[in-house]
Design a protein around this ligand. Structure first.
Ligand code: EPU
Length: 336
């Protein structure tokens, strides 16, 4: 990585879907001052700015105009407090590497979020979550820079508008800020969360944080395709949140439908189940397919484009809507 500004930069290896993409201009600033300088440059030139993290939750077009910035702020450090440990992690830190390092150091809080691909800077955008834990459960602060005037700011979790796979960074602040650093609140006191799926069966009675993280890696390896082998962006759709009435109607026809009641009374349905029930698990058309072990994941076999992927996804969502009357919402964001 370097602060250098390059033109016609190939991003096909910088997105886990493996979509072909050329960035008109690209820079990977290694410090906050370098990042601000690039933002000033884009503002002076009137260039649109796209921020790229690990490219694991993004659908890239074949050509991205303007300036693509991939913050390479990849340092992290601990701040010991009496009752907790604060972890400061730069936006460019690899999320999974951080989880494993902290779990190995006996710190509890994010071990259930092992093996989620991507960089720390992207984690608050979709409020990453897995196996009963969400980022917002352990987040202390988000540091960011406003794109228009390079102003620095620190947001509290309450200001981030977190929800299921949702945050202010997908709404009011979408395309307006660059996240530079996260502060996480971890603990040295063991507090394993093993309620989800069969996690409890995979570890002993008093597991270490590292053992829990390793069990999570095992489950993910079994179900989810490795982007290095097969292009994908994890879950392609969100699990839909429906009213109690809609859920009751579906449950009377399909009593085996998995569902999870939310604190606000709405019901979260398992989109993977709905897709599988349409007979689409393992379905392939052209360069894309529905993963054969987890129907919520769409995979790219190579040679396809963003528009073909969106058409394929619309065909999947269309069948679910027709059969169950439930709309599926896309999870990865569209760039450009
Ligand atoms: N299911 C099926 N068929 C499938 C997939 C799932 O019937 O092909 C059923 C399962 O049997 C289970 C239920 O659906 O009863 C839930 O499945 P699973 O535990 O695999 O989780 P998910 O709801 O499909 C969500 C997250 C994942 C996360 C897991 C575990 C979303 C959009 N996805 O998937 O996150 O790893 O829970 O917590 O919420 C991601 O966001 O990229 C991601 C992988």
């Amino acid at each position: 990585m370097s602060d250098e500004l390059v033109t016609d930069h190939d991003l096909s290896r910088a997105n886990t879907l493996g979509l072909p993409c050329i960035a008109e201009r690209f820079a990977a600033p290694t410090s906050v001052p370098a990042l601000r300088e690039r933002l000033h440059y884009a503002a002076r030139q009137g260039l649109p700015v796209t921020v790229l993290g690990g490219g694991s939750n993004l659908i890239l077009p074949e050509r991205l105009p303007g300036l693509v910035l991939q913050p390479a702020l990849d340092d992290w450090w601990l701040e010991e407090r009496s009752d907790r440990v604060l972890v400061h992690a730069g936006a460019g830190v690899n999320w999974h590497a951080l989880v494993m390092a902290l779990a190995a150091g006996g710190l509890w809080g994010i071990e259930n979020l092992a093996l989620i691909p991507g960089h720390c800077g992207a984690a608050p955008i979709q409020n990453i979550g897995a196996y009963g834990v969400e980022l917002c459960d352990v987040l202390e602060a988000v540091h960011l820079i406003h794109m228009d005037d390079a102003r620095e700011r620190e947001l509290t979790p309450g200001e981030c508008g977190f929800g299921y796979r949702d945050s202010i960074f997908k709404h009011e602040l979408a395309g307006r800020v660059v996240i530079t650093r996260l502060v996480l609140r971890l603990s040295r006191t063991p507090r394993p969360r093993l309620e989800y799926g069969d996690l409890a069966n995979r570890v002993g009675v008093a597991p270490t944080a590292l053992q829990v993280a390793e069990a999570v890696c095992q489950v993910r390896h079994e179900k989810l395709p490795d982007p290095a082998q097969l292009g994908n962006a994890g879950s392609f759709f969100k699990n839909p949140l429906v009213s109690r009435e809609v859920a009751d109607r579906l449950l009377s026809d399909y009593p085996e439908l998995p569902y999870f009641t939310q604190p606000d009374g709405r019901i979260k349905l398992a989109a993977g189940w709905l897709i599988e029930r349409c007979g689409l698990k393992g379905w392939r058309r052209g360069h894309f397919g529905v993963h054969d072990r987890q129907a919520l994941v769409l995979v790219h076999f190579g040679g396809g484009s963003a528009s073909e992927l969106l058409e394929f996804a619309a065909a999947v969502a269309g069948q679910v809507a027709e059969r169950f009357g439930v709309e599926l919402e896309r999870e990865p964001r569209l760039a450009g």
